[in-house]
Each structure stands twice: as structure tokens, then as C-alpha cells.
Ligand binder design. Structure first.
Ligand SMILES: Cc1ncc(COP(=O)(O)O)c(C=O)c1O
Length: 374
């Protein structure tokens, strides 16, 4: 069994993907070709914002957004410690300091109640992460940010396609950033990412930063990076976008069924050590389950049990950012963010993709039950 099955999706999309790629090979515009423009328009429409700026990855998008706001040395950006390294990494790379606030134990996303006390005169942005495929509490975070006159940059690398009170991830704040890494809900066949905004001036700036800060050919009023999305990746994404809404529905159905199967399997277990926590969806939110992540005791025992039963698992993420060796100098020690630290010791992700069959799901949950109770 695959943790994420990209082969079945390719079998389904073989013809349109191949045709789209062939078209690029025929016209030869490998950098910023027509497919990039077409993709940006379709993605902006999908998210419901005026502008989409595609980019080379969901890491570079974060850096581009920070650079567009002029965030650098001496500045602070509030974010979650429970995320993939890129979130904190790009804040530091921009020259700023990440200021972490702990997470809500049910959604694993930044707890808005803790943000206000982390704001200082140096705070230049809030960067919530919409982890595992469910949006952070963007309304509450946005209200705090507005009170302090600072922008919110959503790291929606895992939540593209998720809804928050009827609106889509990446369109819920000043800037939304996502990733098209192959295993993401909308994945390319290599690296890719995109930025979303309704602010025309900001979109122009991000577009320029994406190409070495260039406003016209070989004129560079500011620093930028080489952060473009390849035309070939745009072509792949256009083909995949045609079935994306259907895949998002499949993800929701499979996620809900996992929840039912796991709850049912453990319903008769009274031993608290044999409890498995399933994802919680906050009111008004959907998840695209970039990861289907459960919480349990004795994780290494369960991981071994799953492996022995042929079921791949992963841990997203075993070490919160403030405890990563690279951030040791700027970070805070053990005990600083207890909810994130507890989660990182207890979470485990199960195989998840839109083509997971009911039989495979049953097999995963059976293996989970046996591994927990072993
Ligand atoms: C929360 C989060 N932020 C940022 C990234 C970076 O995206 P990419 O791998 O496209 O650079 C990822 C994905 O790996 C992610 O999960």
C-alpha cells in the first residue's frame, strides 16, 4: 500500500497530462509560458481572489510574501511552532525573528487566544499555518491583525481546496501561500507553489520579486529571487485542476470514513492507553486531509506494528520548530510550547489520498487496532 498513491491518479489523467506536456514541448516556452498565465487565472478564480502569482515552491512563496512586505532584520513574525520547517525557516532567511505561539490541541493550528500577548512593536506579520488540510481560525486571527495594522500571510501549503465558512483557503487574508509539491492535495510533478491576494500593488511586487526584483527587463529596483513556476509544471497542474474538485470531495469522504471506522474499532476499549484521537473539524471548516493524522500513546510501538503489517505511516512533525537544532540560538527551550510539544510526541499520519479504496481503509484501521492493542 502506498502512503500517497500518485500512480493511480496518473493512470486516470494520462491522456490530458501527456497532451498538456506535449503542447509545452511543441511551443517551447519553458519559462513563463502561456500555461503559467492560464493556470494563474484559473487558480485565482478557484480561490476567489483577484490575483494569483505562481512560484517555484511553497517555500519560495513564503519568502516572496515576506520580502514584498519589506520584512527583515529587527522584525518579528508570529507563527506556529507546529509546522514544516519552511515556515520558520523563511522568516529567518528573510532576516526576521519567528515568534511562536502555541497551538489549539484539537485543530493543531495556532491558538488565536495566545496571539495578542505575543505582539510587540516589532511584529510585522502573522503567519498562521493551516495544518493537515484544515484552515487556521483565520477570522479570529484577522481581527487581531487588523487591530494592530499588520498583515496575515496564510501558510496554506497543506490546505489548498479547504473551506472556511464557505470561503477557500489562501483567499482568507491579505496573502495566501500554497505548495504544489507532488504529495500535496494539488500536486505538480516537481516543485511548485502559488501566492494569492486581492491587493493589486502587492501582486505586482510579488511578481517582480519572483523574477530577481525586476520591473522591466534588466532593471532591478529591488532584490528578488529566481522563483518562477516551470511551464511544464503549470501544464501538469492545469490537467489536474480539472478533477481537483472531485478529488477534494473524495478526500472529505475518505477522511470522514476513517473517523467513523477508527471510532467504531476502539469504541469498546475502556483502557485509556488504547484510545486513538481522530481529526477534529472546527465548525464551518472542511479539511482536504493533506495528512490524515491521529493521536495516540506509545507511538513507536504502533509505528512498528503498522510497518510489520505492511501499512506505511509518517510523523508530521516529530520536533516542533523551537526545538529544531538550527533554531537553538533563537528558539526557546523544552516546555515553552507544551501543546505543540505534546502533539509532536503523539501524532501519526495514515495513508491518505483520493484513490484509497474502502477495502484499503478497512485494512489500515484493522492494522491500527491490532498495533495499538498489541
Ligand atoms: C506547512 C508547510 N509550509 C511550507 C511548505 C513548503 O512547501 P514546498 O515543499 O513546496 O517548498 C510545506 C510543504 O512541504 C508545508 O507543509
Amino acid at each position: 500500500m502506498d502512503f500517497i498513491d500518485l500512480k493511480t491518479q496518473y493512470q486516470r489523467l494520462r491522456e490530458p497530462v501527456n497532451a498538456r506536456i506535449q503542447n509545452v514541448l511543441d511551443h517551447g516556452q519553458y519559462v513563463l509560458g502561456a500555461e503559467v498565465v492560464e493556470l494563474e487565472q484559473r487558480l485565482a478564480d478557484y480561490v476567489g481572489v483577484a490575483h494569483c502569482v505562481s512560484a517555484s515552491s511553497g517555500t519560495d512563496t513564503l519568502l516572496i510574501a515576506l520580502m514584498a512586505y519589506g520584512i527583515g532584520r529587527g522584525d518579528e513574525v508570529i507563527t506556529s511552532p507546529f509546522t514544516f520547517i519552511a515556515t520558520g525557516e523563511m522568516i529567518v532567511l528573510a532576516g526576521a525573528t519567528p515568534v511562536y505561539v502555541d497551538i489549539d490541541p484539537r485543530t493543531y493550528n495556532m491558538d488565536p487566544a495566545l496571539i495578542e500577548s505575543a505582539i510587540t512593536p516589532r511584529t510585522k506579520a502573522i503567519m498562521p499555518v493551516s495544518l493537515y488540510g484544515q484552515c487556521a481560525d483565520m477570522e479570529a486571527i484577522g481581527a487581531i491583525a487588523r487591530r494592530h495594522g499588520i498583515p496575515v500571510i496564510e501558510d496554506g501549503a497543506q490546505s489548498f481546496g479547504a473551506e472556511y465558512h464557505g470561503r477557500r483557503s489562501c483567499g482568507l487574508s491579505e496573502v495566501g501561500s500554497t505548495s504544489f509539491f507532488p504529495s500535496k492535495p494539488l500536486g505538480a510533478y516537481g516543485d511548485g507553489g502559488a501566492l494569492f491576494t486581492n491587493d493589486e500593488a502587492l501582486a505586482k511586487l510579488m511578481r517582480e520579486i519572483r523574477v530577481h526584483g525586476q520591473d522591466r527587463r534588466y532593471n532591478h529596483p529591488r532584490l528578488g529571487i529566481n522563483g518562477r513556476l516551470d511551464t511544464l509544471q503549470a501544464a501538469v497542474l492545469l490537467a489536474k485542476l480539472d478533477i481537483f474538485a472531485e478529488e477534494v470531495q473524495a478526500r472529505a469522504r475518505i477522511g470522514a470514513r476513517y473517523g467513523e471506522l477508527i471510532t467504531e474499532a476502539f469504541a469498546r476499549e475502556s483502557d485509556p492507553a488504547r484510545r486513538v484521537g481522530v481529526p477534529y473539524l472546527a465548525p464551518g471548516r472542511t479539511s482536504v486531509y493533506a495528512q490524515y493524522t491521529v493521536e495516540l500513546d506509545e507511538r513507536s510501538k504502533v509505528e512498528q506494528g503498522m510497518k510489520a503489517r505492511g501499512i506505511p505511516t509518517a510523523v508530521h512533525y516529530p520536533v516542533p520548530l523551537h526545538l529544531q537544532p538550527v533554531f537553538a540560538a533563537t528558539g526557546r527551550g523544552v516546555g515553552s510550547f507544551p501543546v505543540a510539544e505534546a502533539a509532536s510526541a503523539r501524532v501519526m499520519s495514515l495513508p491518505m489520498h483520493p484513490y484509497l479504496s474502502e477495502a484499503q481503509q478497512t485494512q489500515v484501521v484493522q492494522a491500527l487496532y491490532e498495533s495499538v492493542c498489541a
